[in-house]
Design a protein around this ligand. Structure first.
Ligand code: NAD
Length: 483
């Protein structure tokens, strides 16, 4: 029994397999003596069904603000149209910027091709394509905004290096696609290089995401801590967990400055729901991370070691069961019983765990940066148009603001005017780039508004615009393919 005072937490039992794995997890926590005062909230499918579009009942927010710790089972998120993800709403509302996902193999007890795998994915948790800012702009075109911010990137990258230092990890790796997304992913990579210089004791490396993913899937032993933008981190942590033996094994912490949420990395697995077959290990490992966060390190140690012993004894749920390595196939409840029976025991072959009784949370401080001088260099105006691009170009050139010139038109990012290739496939969405007609002309917002009005009058209404700015004379916009 822990000697620490009672800790308050909020629990959401989730959807699909959520209630079963939560019940199993809470039973293990209670028997291990985790001194928890639990407030239960309902989020997810049941709340959507009541017509609450956020998927979160109003009282849930108060509970979270009170306890500051949420243990959450997976939530079903409608695919395609419909409601927004409750997970993303909670992460973003409470600024849970760091998603920590350890992925460890347990060979030879759980079959894996990667017995030496022990890595931690640290995923940026608030921005990137998860802003969910989406628009249909024309008959043909749908857009999602990918937002990578300097503070968001710096914060998660600093967190990753601090994490590596705290847990004696030797290397931090980053993956991006900055050969293509030079500004957004390029910023993440640049900040990674800047921060890495402040941690000479920790090795750092960067891979382009495609080959990085291939390496992660085939030689994960060579990675240690990975820090990734949101979407890449989400995808790669499922890959990493699955190649340890099952996506059902990995837990996850979502850390903010005030509030933290703990969960499994997997989803609600609807096909398994209600069958008492789901592996509760991912949620249990999330709960272990929670106990450490709460300062209940000895209870976390006891549960983790009992769990390792259960795995080692071959008591396995169907997702990790194999005839030659397992001794007994069990369901969710019986697996929890097996862990409970082994509380107080340690693994014989797998390395045992020892968490500190309490530890300070990892905090990061962003560095001040001088404000850069921002200058207006032009505007990209997107128009909807069906027809030949030369007609579009000539129409626009007949309606130009005197300070501006039409530099080019692109279609899906490929320059098609002037001098486009006849073979380029085009849709009804054209990006028209306007810049100063000659050097020395200082543009104002009035020039841009006037250009919009001229296009409108010419029957070419705009869909959206993007300002073209330079920051300390460095262009803050990319060239078009072929420009
Ligand atoms: P999933 O992770 O729920 O399941 C995919 C498959 O993995 C399952 O069919 C099952 O074969 C296996 N699996 C997953 N967890 C398991 C476990 N504990 N034990 C044994 N096998 C397990 O992925 P999905 O089917 O793509 O998503 C289902 C729903 O979950 C979707 O609505 C999705 O949005 C949601 N989701 C929620 C979270 C979350 O709450 N944090 C995370 C991911 C997905």
């Amino acid at each position: 029994m822990s000697i620490a005072s009672k800790k308050h937490i909020t629990v959401a039992e989730g959807d699909g397999i959520g209630p079963e794995i939560m019940e199993a997890t809470l039973r293990i926590l209670a028997t291990a003596g985790a001194d928890l005062d639990i407030e239960r909230i309902t989020i997810g499918a049941n709340v959507f069904d009541q017509g609450i579009s956020s998927g979160i009942e109003p009282g849930a927010w108060d509970s979270l603000r009170r306890t500051k710790v949420l243990l959450k089972a997976p939530i079903t998120t409608p695919q395609g149209g419909g409601f927004k993800s409750v997970n993303v709403t909670i992460r973003k509302t409470f600024g849970l910027y760091a998603n920590i996902r350890p992925c460890i193999s347990y060979a030879p007890y759980i079959p894996t091709q990667h017995p030496g795998m022990d890595l931690v994915i640290i995923r940026e948790n608030e921005e990137d394509l998860y802003g969910g800012i989406e628009h249909r702009q024309t008959q043909d075109v749908f857009q999602t905004l990918k937002l990578i911010t300097r503070p968001g990137s710096e914060r998660i990258i600093r967190y990753a290096f601090e994490y590596a230092r705290r847990y004696h990890r030797r290397k931090v790796t980053s993956f991006t696609k900055d050969n293509i997304m030079k500004l957004s992913d390029g910023t993440f990579h640049k900040i990674f290089n800047e921060v890495a210089e402040e941690y000479p004791d920790i090795e750092s490396e960067h891979w382009i995401i495609d080959i990085g993913t291939a390496k992660l899937a085939t030689a994960p032993e060579q990675f240690d801590v990975l820090v990734l933008p949101n979407l890449y981190g989400d995808i790669l942590s499922d890959v990493a967990a699955e190649i340890t033996g099952s996506v059902g094994l990995a837990g996850s912490a979502n850390i903010g400055e005030e509030i933290a949420m703990f969960e499994a990395i997997h989803g609600s697995a609807p096909p398994l729901a209600g069958k008492n077959v789901a592996n509760p290990s991912g949620l249990l490992m999330g709960a272990v991370l929670m106990l450490v966060h709460l300062g209940l390190g000895s209870t976390a140690t006891s549960i983790h070691n009992a769990w390792l012993r259960t795995i080692e004894d071959g008591i396995h749920t169907p997702d990790i069961y194999t005839e030659n390595r397992s001794t007994k196939q069990v369901g969710t409840d019986a697996f929890a019983d097996a862990v409970i029976e082994r509380l107080g025991e340690t693994p014989q072959k797998l390395p045992s765990t020892l968490y500190p009784d309490s530890e300070e949370p990892i905090t990061v401080k962003l560095h001040d940066r001088p404000i850069e001088v921002k200058t207006l260099e032009g505007i990209d105006i997107f128009v909807e148009f069906r027809g030949e691009v030369d007609d579009l170009g000539h129409q626009i050139e007949a309606h130009l603001n005197p300070n501006l010139t039409l530099v080019m038109i692109s279609n899906r990012g490929q320059k098609v005017y002037p001098n486009g290739a006849a073979e380029t496939f085009c849709v009804d969405h054209w990006r028209c780039r306007f810049q100063a007609r000659e050097p020395g002309i200082v543009l104002s917002t009035a020039d841009l508004i006037d250009q919009l009005a001229r296009l409108n009058a010419a029957g070419l209404p705009f869909i959206k615009t993007e300002g073209l700015f330079a920051f300390d004379d460095i262009p803050g916009y990319s060239l078009s393919q072929g420009q």
